[in-house]
Design a protein around this ligand. Structure first.
Ligand SMILES: [Zn+2]
Length: 264
């Protein structure tokens, strides 16, 4: 099993939940995931403030963790040019260190102030992905029109729509722009979630499993701080929704993640 989207490098996973705390808590969180059968974890970056934590945890657990570099759309503010320059420089300098560009995208749920800037920042990061031959981790919340508008200039860039919670129609719209993947997390386990009904449309061969830790803890852990060790809850619900067994979903989604991220 693979957690293709997890922020367990963040300070809230340190034992004292302090920004300057040690990394023991984060290391223990990785180890709990390994014990639960999750062999590979992918850390997407958020902004300048998260880069150090992400690198530190990767250095402490180098064989089972991978990093993506990008500027998150909700962190696109007045200083977006500096922040964009910072992450694209890291991407271009450290191209062996990162397996994807992410997380990047459009988020108009909280704030539409920087809509135009979010589109420019997404475009520049897609350009970097295109140049470096890297796949992209897309964060899209109330921004599918804008996201697809920007992505249409980069038809060769492979993407995963992380934390996908859309409809069958959304799957169709995304597919008209490319053969992309869909990141499925704890939302699929929530009572009254429509997502299990959308999974057959996506199909097992385009599903990536993720937790989006520390958010969106799956049932029966809902409301708690999420962690990568709970991927099996998500895999089990996907298997149920597709009328297949856990081992089949485990094998297929692991293979999907390795193919998408070029992990051998
Ligand atoms: Zn995320």
């Amino acid at each position: 099993m693979v957690d293709t989207h997890t922020h367990i490098y963040m300070p809230e996973f340190s034992l004292d939940a302090q920004p300057e705390g040690g990394m023991e808590g984060q290391c223990a969180t990785v180890d709990r995931a390994l014990s639960a059968g999750v062999s590979t974890l992918v850390f997407p970056n958020v902004d300048r403030s998260t880069v150090g934590y992400m690198h530190r945890l990767h250095e402490l657990r180098p064989s089972c963790t991978y990093m993506a570099m990008g500027l998150h759309p909700t962190e696109v503010k007045e200083n977006w040019r500096d922040e964009l320059g910072y992450v694209t420089e890291l991407l271009r300098d450290g191209k062996e260190s990162y397996i994807a560009v992410g997380e990047v995208g459009i988020d108009l749920y909280w704030d539409k102030t920087f809509e135009r800037e979010q589109m420019i920042v997404l475009e520049e990061q897609l350009k970097a992905a295109h140049e470096l031959g890297l796949p992209v981790i897309i964060h899209c919340r109330e921004g599918l029109d804008r996201t697809l508008e920007v992505m249409q200039s980069y038809p060769d860039v492979k993407a995963v729509f992380h934390s996908f919670g859309g409809t069958v129609a959304d799957v169709g719209r995304i597919r008209r722009h490319g053969d992309h993947y869909f990141g499925i997390n704890g939302i699929v386990t929530f009572k009254n979630s429509a997502l299990p009904g959308v999974l057959p449309e996506i199909g097992l061969e385009r599903i990536l499993t993720e937790t989006d830790s520390p958010y969106l803890a799956p049932v029966p852990h809902r409301g708690r701080r999420n962690e990568s060790a709970w991927i099996p809850c998500i895999v089990a619900r996907i298997a149920e929704a597709l009328g297949t067994d856990l081992a089949t979903v485990d094998a297929a989604t692991t293979n999907n993640a390795y193919n998408f991220l070029n992990i051998n």
